[in-house]
Design a protein around this ligand. Structure first.
Ligand SMILES: CC(C)(COP(=O)([O-])OP(=O)([O-])OC[C@H]1O[C@@H](n2cnc3c(N)ncnc32)[C@H](O)[C@@H]1OP(=O)([O-])[O-])[C@@H](O)C(=O)NCCC(=O)NCCSC(=O)C[C@@](C)(O)CC(=O)[O-]
Length: 295
């Protein structure tokens, strides 16, 4: 059955801006304020990773401490290890996300350790997060393909997802990091993961490299998933997946959902303005077809 409402997890300020030319802290703060003003209630605002690995996110502590908070909005941070979690906690993040992968090679390139080692690192983080009542989201990358290994078995996606869920992640976001998935493959992958993680605890995170993201979401919408990640203006990519384009543009997702009578709580015009403003700062046209059409 199709959902009547969908929750959008906005990743533009993190997944998006981590792979664009560096913008000022002030520009990020404005973007985050604009996103909240458009009605988004789940905003990933930065990441506490090594600034040597991802310099674009080096000001995340400033972002979290300086951004004006809107009541009802959850501001989340990406954290790869205990050090990242402690920095996020000190900066006032409402929730954090750990990130693993279904590909050994991607795990090595992205976080410099194997899948199993990454899980070992998450254990103390999960314990401390529980003590502080900080909800933890879990990402699994490369669920429909890997930039280094190509095909990824759905059983491996299910295995890593189940581990993260059993560790205490409240939601598992399945990431098509390089945007190679197609609708039938996406459904098959979700079916496999839904055998080990309740389907309502899953979110989908599609990059739009091959223009399949909306089709993939449409294909999975009647499976019981009601959370989708998206990035305003289609910002970004992944620093460890060369050539991958940004996430599905949030504007395009909202337009499709509203067209289907599915509520999101988001004002599309305000969202498009937020996306156009940050695109102008970055110096390129918005990657959202909808934002460009509205303009
Ligand atoms: C995980 C590490 C840190 C391991 O990196 P490492 O070099 O193996 O770590 P280390 O423990 O040996 O530490 C090396 C240095 O980093 C520091 N360090 C250690 N941890 C932190 C931290 N949390 N914050 C800040 N600094 C940190 C640490 O203090 C030390 O500093 P030094 O002594 O050299 O001055 C590194 O590989 C890293 O930062 N990787 C992040 C990569 C990244 O952010 N990738 C993009 C996000 S994932 C993504 O986009 C996919 C997703 C989620 O969107 C879903 C999808 O689309 O698939």
């Amino acid at each position: 059955m199709m959902p009547t409402t969908v929750s959008i997890f906005e990743v533009g300020a993190r997944d998006g801006l981590q792979n664009e030319v560096a913008v000022t802290t002030q520009a990020k703060l404005q973007l985050i304020a604009d996103l909240a003003a458009s009605g988004l209630t789940r905003i990933e605002a930065g990441s506490f990773v090594s600034p040597k690995w991802v310099p674009q996110m080096a000001d995340s502590a400033d972002i979290f401490t300086q951004m004006p908070r809107v009541k009802g909005v959850t501001y989340s941070a990406l954290t790869p290890n205990l050090k990242g979690f402690e920095l996020a906690l000190a900066s006032g993040a409402d929730e954090v996300a750990i990130f693993g992968a279904a590909s050994e090679s991607f795990s090595q390139k992205n976080i410099n350790c194997s899948i199993d080692e990454s899980i070992e690192r998450f254990i103390p983080l999960m314990q401390i997060a529980k003590q502080h009542s900080i909800p933890v989201r879990g990402y699994v990358s490369c669920v429909l393909g890997c930039p280094y290994e190509g095909h990824i078995e759905v059983n491996e996606v299910a295995r890593v997802s189940e581990i993260l869920y059993k560790m205490g992640c409240y939601e598992i976001s399945l990431g098509d990091t390089i945007g190679v998935g197609t609708p039938v493959n996406a459904r098959r992958m979700v079916e496999a993961v839904a055998k080990v993680v309740p389907v309502e605890k899953l979110a989908l995170h599609f990059h739009d490299t091959y223009g399949q993201a909306l089709a993939n979401i449409f294909a999975c919408l009647d499976m019981g998933i009601a959370t989708f990640d998206a990035s305003v203006a289609g910002l970004g990519g992944c620093p460890y997946a060369k050539g991958a384009s940004g996430n599905l543009a949030t504007e395009d997702l909202v337009y499709m959902l509203h067209g289907m009578g599915i509520e999101t709580g988001i004002d599309l015009n305000k969202l498009a303005t937020a996306g156009n403003n940050i695109s102008q700062i970055i110096g390129r046209k918005s990657a959202s077809k909808v934002a460009n059409a509205l303009a």
